[in-house]
Write a protein that binds this ligand. Structure first.
Ligand code: GRG
Length: 296
């Protein structure tokens, strides 16, 4: 099985393959307005974890297939993820001025360009996914799965309910229902696309969905805990608005210690879901451990 140290090396290699593909995807022709192209590249090519594309590639290899065949799907999920971040940062949503260590898209390029950059990325994701080298039925299945994950029942619906949840008196079940859709669905579909391209069985797809659902929740809990640590370090030094003030988070609901324990339990369950003979699960297991141990 893959060790944690090997996983660091593997993830570095995969991230650089994904970054190269993202650069190639955004070498636009003269029909794309320069200002729009710059806005897209500013957000998409900023340093990021590339978690979702890594999941596509790792799931594909875990099913015994050549990961390069899954690169269009890996790019597609990152384009959709980046669109969602750009729109999430807009004044009408979270109103954030910084993202991925840079000014957010609308802060640098203006609000209308931010909206359009997100729209363009969403459309381009499906253009890229409909790659010529995959059989038509595989592409059709991938397009449908990605559209459902990014749509009103999942990413968009989860975001809608999350925005409405500010200051609301929600319990753990409602909080997790939001995160399953807002964060979890894109994580699940990333794994599923890699496996669908590899021709995986429905049992393997179910196992990967179970892994992804738990990993997505654990990822969100760790995100909340990292935000809390950041807030505590910044305490008293914060300038401008506190965008997280009204947000319901795991630590607010359960306390930091119980949140950490819940993340650990979810990761253990995720690992159990993919520990099976028909999957080469070393990298999936190492990645689940990384989600728990990440520092940013
Ligand atoms: C606007 C339709 C629409 C959806 C927005 C993704 C999202 C939904 C909002 C982001 C808000 C947020 C902080 C969510 C917490 C977890 C999360 C998805 C963090 C951002 O993803 P990372 O950590 O970021 O994978 P990088 O930059 O590494 O890709």
């Amino acid at each position: 099985m893959l060790e944690f140290a090997d996983f660091r090396e593997l993830s570095k290699t995969l991230r650089s393959e994904v970054d190269d593909a993202l650069v190639a995807t955004t070498e636009y022709g003269p029909d794309v307005p320069t200002h729009l192209a710059e806005a897209i590249r500013h957000s998409l090519l900023a340093p990021a974890k590339r978690l979702r594309p890594l999941l596509v590639l790792i799931a594909c290899e875990a099913c015994g297939y050549d990961r390069s065949k899954a690169m269009p799907a890996a790019v597609a999920v990152e384009l959709i993820h980046t669109y969602s971040l750009i729109h999430d940062d807009l004044p009408a949503m979270d109103d954030d001025d910084m993202r991925r260590g840079r000014p957010s898209c609308h802060a640098k390029f203006g609000e209308s360009t931010g909206i359009l950059a997100g729209d363009a990325l969403l459309a381009q994701a499906f253009e890229v996914l409909a790659a010529d080298h995959l059989p038509g039925p595989v592409v059709a299945k991938c397009v449908k799965e990605l559209a459902v994950a990014a749509g009103a029942a999942n990413l968009v619906g989860g975001q809608h309910d999350d925005l409405g949840a500010e200051f609301a008196d929600l319990g753990l079940a409602s909080l997790e229902a939001i995160h399953r859709r807002k964060t979890g669905a894109m994580i699940c579909v990333s794994l599923r696309l890699g496996a669908i391209i590899a021709g995986a069985s429905s049992e393997v797809l179910t196992a990967l969905s179970q892994y992804g659902e738990r990993l997505g929740l654990a990822f969100q809990i760790v995100d909340d805990l990292l935000d809390l640590e950041g807030d505590q370090q910044l305490m008293g030094k914060r300038v401008g608005k506190d965008s997280e003030a009204g947000k319901l988070t795991y630590p607010k609901l359960l306390g930091a210690e119980a949140s950490r324990q819940r993340a650990e339990m979810l990761v253990a369950e995720a690992i159990a879901s993919v520990s099976r003979d028909d999957l080469s699960s070393g990298a999936l297991i190492a990645l689940a451990r990384y989600v728990l141990e990440r520092k940013h």
